[in-house]
Design a protein around this ligand. Structure first.
Ligand SMILES: Cc1cc2nc3c(=O)[nH]c(=O)nc-3n(C[C@H](O)[C@H](O)[C@H](O)COP(=O)(O)O)c2cc1C
Length: 401
């Protein structure tokens, strides 16, 4: 396999010494590494140390242009297969989120089309500051992947979240990223995610607590496994792999149309969206006014059951997977859904727990098929997505590479 090129950005945090170990481990793992340091990072570790470890020129200044035929920051940006900034200071996170490019690192960040990962490290109060939370959310929306800091005793003496993740774990993540097999290459996959939005009148709507995080994680994972992915969703603020075709919808009816128009050509359909079961009987074009004798201003009617429709019309060889968000008798209800809707697998989600289901970053699901039941561990939604795909790929019907 061709050696992959890693641009490692190092910023002025106390954890920059760990970036030396990271450089050395990346070289040992067989990567080409070019290090870019901010001026403040050079207060902590010398460029010479990184030069020796990476066996490459270290960049510290955008205006050092040794090759008249090339512009250094563009050349480095184009060279990268992956850019990782470790550690990333609060200051550099904020610059990246606002598009400030006043040094070599931030200029390369804006110029590269390679995936960018950020490994923050800072004092726990800095990490929890609303300004930094805002910037992290912005970067998340911009598609940046975060290597979350771990908890422990920080260099500043505080205990909490803010320690740079250990270099071994960062290298393991990078290895995982590059070694991913394209097991779903050539497969057409449709995923639905997030809530539906049922308009009542120009100011009111009916929706639910789903955020779409699980469905987006499933769609992103499918894209990184090589599938042609279509994502039908009302959610606009989550990072989505640029290879995915996103169809934006609002109501259950919109979702029904978007899904059924495309379902026939799909090899795998995963319905992770939380679709409204009921919708107002009619949309009121003007705001409904409060009146004393009008105790029931509107009525609801049933929406079309998308999953059931798909199950009834399932083409030969297609895999149909549904989610069951249940607050009681989780497995029993999920099994009923599997049979009633002619599904190949149900991902059962216990929404009565604090750490699983709606709005949180972790999930613990049970995968139920006609002959099997498997409880997955409590892990992040991204890890859950990977485990769900592993289970789908292991299903007898699917032929994969
Ligand atoms: C001893 C020392 C340790 C520091 N550690 C951190 C840190 O871990 N994280 C952080 O965000 N800033 C830290 N700072 C503050 C940054 O160095 C400062 O915000 C600087 O402007 C960052 O510049 P840069 O992002 O261009 O590297 C530290 C400063 C000092 C003096």
């Amino acid at each position: 396999m061709m050696k992959k090129n890693i641009v490692l950005g190092v910023t002025g945090g106390i954890a920059s010494y760990k970036a030396v170990t990271l450089t050395s481990q990346l070289i040992k793992a067989g990567y080409n590494v070019k290090v870019i340091m901010t001026e403040n990072a050079t207060q902590f570790v010398t460029p010479l140390t990184f030069q020796v470890m990476s066996r490459n020129t270290v960049y510290t200044d955008t205006f050092i242009e040794p090759n008249p035929e090339k512009i250094a920051h563009i050349e480095v940006a184009d060279w990268a297969d992956l850019m990782i900034i470790a550690p990333t200071t609060a200051n550099t996170i904020s610059k990246m989120a606002t598009g400030i490019a006043d040094n070599m690192l931030t200029s390369v960040y804006l110029a590269t089309s390679a995936p960018v990962w950020v490994a923050p490290a800072m004092n726990v109060h800095m990490y929890q500051h609303p300004a930094i939370i805002r910037q992290i959310n912005q970067l998340f929306e911009d598609g940046i992947r975060f290597i979350e800091p771990s908890e422990g005793i920080l260099a500043c003496g505080y205990v909490g979240k803010g320690r740079l993740e250990e270099p071994e774990k960062i290298v393991a993540n990078i290895d995982g990223f590059f070694s991913k097999e394209q097991t779903l290459a050539g497969k057409n996959v449709l995923v639905t995610a997030g809530p539906t939005i049922e308009a009542i009148d120009p100011v009111r709507f009916l929706t639910n607590r789903s955020t779409g995080k699980m469905g987006f994680a499933i769609a992103n994972e499918a894209a990184s496994l090589g599938a042609n992915v279509t994502l039908v969703t009302s959610v606009k603020n989550l990072a989505v792999d640029e290879r995915i075709e996103v169809i934006t919808i609002q109501s259950a009816e919109d979702m029904y149309k978007a899904v059924t128009q495309r379902s026939e050509t799909m090899d795998i359909i995963i319905k992770a969206a939380a679709v409204a079961d009921y919708t107002p009987d009619a949309y009121r074009p003007h705001k409904i006014k409060k009146s004393n004798d009008d105790k029931e201003a509107f009525h609801f009617i049933r929406t079309t059951d998308i999953l059931k429709t798909l199950g009834q019309n399932k083409p030969q060889g297609q895999l149909l997977i549904g989610f069951a968000a249940e607050s009681q008798d989780v497995e029993k209800n999920a099994r009923l859904k599997l049979e009633d809707k002619n599904l190949d697998m149900v991902v059962a989600n216990d929404i009565s727990r604090q750490d699983t289901g709606f709005g949180v970053d972790t999930n613990q699901v049970t995968l139920i098929t006609a002959n099997d039941m498997k409880k997955l561990p409590l892990v992040t939604k991204e890890e859950t997505a990977l485990l769900i795909w592993k289970a789908i790929i292991a299903l007898p019907l699917i032929e994969v590479k």
